[in-house]
Ligand binder design. Structure first.
Ligand code: SF4
Length: 394
């Protein structure tokens, strides 16, 4: 017999920027002390000086989607998983300043030692995709699967772009974490252990990997909507499905459209369309190449001069690629997509503020994961790392 629990709503307390903060939430919008004005002409010099004073005590990580003004101070750049592992490989660094978004800083805290402190220069730098799967909602979903008699044969898989407590849920329930580079390998691991996968939180990465790389039919994928009773699915649909996709998406990559691919092909003869697997299935089907940010960077780097690209990923990265490869024509795929607004929250004033506070002995905006969550999230991460070839991959 099925139950009909009331769906848990995504808590969204909105505050006008600069006018209050939610004490129950980590997403404060205030910076204690003085946030330097963006117009301060000395910001670059201040960041340089603070970083020099901290020396080896600080290690600055910069995600590919960060602004240039911040990336210039990064000791290493990369995708979220590469950055977390880079941080773990620097045990001498007392402070890890993560220029990225909140779930990335959590992963760095999970993978680094207890003595290292992870700082996110602006705590309001969240990720809309990660926010689309809250623990209470995922636990409700697991109850729905149990009532349908399929939880025992389902392996939960979460994309790296999820909060630490979702990774911990997967660790507890025999599941695993994946990245956009290894999603196929992880799904193979999961299907060797169960008949079904619950894929969190990005429906597009889940669908694209299952259908295009694993040969699973589109009709074997169902979409679980946490805002509908029983996810909007019947018991029969849950029992028949192989992939139960969480209804989440990236608010940047999800906006690239099939029309943009058609238009760019009409406008630019010979153009190669390369997109991230967080894009919609229809867009991925039309693209010439699909891959993670690291894959996109390497594909452009390896292409012969004169290659024309239309790239479907975050704009900061595409602009940097275009600058780094003037011998090729690198363009942004879509006219109606902008920067990732949360990634862009990390700006030079926040970086200067965080570094200068560290110099003064104040650890600000530290991101910590509690011991139990860390233990179970590590289990899910370790299952991924134990897959053949994963420890050597960048
Ligand atoms: S680009 Fe998408 S997945 Fe990445 S941080 Fe922004 S909203 Fe999240």
């Amino acid at each position: 017999m099925t139950t009909t629990p009331t769906p848990t709503r995504t808590p969204l307390s909105l505050f006008v920027l600069g006018q209050g903060s939610d004490p129950r939430s980590e997403r404060g919008v205030e910076c204690p002390g003085d946030l330097p004005p963006a117009s301060d002409p000395a910001l670059v010099e201040r960041a340089r000086r603070a970083k020099a004073e901290l020396g080896d005590r600080v290690f600055v990580l910069g995600h590919h989607y960060q602004r240039d003004e911040v990336i210039q101070f990064a000791d290493v750049t990369g995708d979220s998983f590469k950055l977390a592992r880079e941080a773990a490989a620097r045990p001498e660094a007392e402070f890890i300043v993560f220029c990225g978004v909140h779930f990335m800083a959590e992963s760095a805290d999970i993978l680094t030692s207890a003595a290292q402190k992870v700082v996110l220069p602006d705590l309001a730098a969240g990720c809309s995709m990660a926010d689309m799967a809250r623990l209470a909602q995922v636990e409700d979903c697991w109850d729905v699967l149990a009532d349908a008699g399929v939880a025992d044969v389902t392996v939960p898989v979460t994309y790296m772009n999820s909060s630490a407590d979702i990774k911990a849920f997967c660790g507890r329930e025999g599941g695993v974490v994946c990245t956009s580079s290894n999603a196929k390998k992880v799904l193979e691991w999961a299907f060797a252990r169960g008949e079904k996968v619950l894929f969190l939180p990005d429906q597009h990465l889940g669908r694209n990997t299952a259908v295009l790389q694993m040969g699973i039919g589109l009709d074997e994928c169902v979409l679980y909507d946490p805002h509908q009773v029983n996810g909007g699915l019947t018991v029969e649909q849950l029992r028949a499905a192989k992939m139960i996709l969480w209804k989440g998406h990236c608010s940047v990559h999800g906006r690239f459209s099939p029309q943009a691919v058609t238009e760019v092909r009409e406008r630019v003869p010979g153009v190669k369309v390369i997109v991230h697997p967080e894009c919609q299935h229809e867009v991925v089907l039309m693209a010439d190449e699909v891959g993670s940010t690291e894959y996109i960077i390497k594909a452009v780097e390896a292409a012969p001069p004169g290659t024309r690209w239309a790239v479907g990923t975050e704009l900061n990265l595409v602009q940097r690629l275009a600058k780094a490869h003037p011998e090729q024509e690198v363009a942004f795929l879509e006219q109606h997509v902008c920067y990732c607004s949360t990634m862009n929250r990390i700006d030079l004033p926040h970086l200067v503020w965080a570094l200068e506070n560290l110099v003064a002995g104040h650890v600000v905006n530290q991101v910590t994961v509690d011991a139990d969550t860390e233990h179970h999230a590590k289990l899910a991460l370790q299952r991924m790392l134990d897959l053949p070839g994963e420890t050597t991959k960048d």
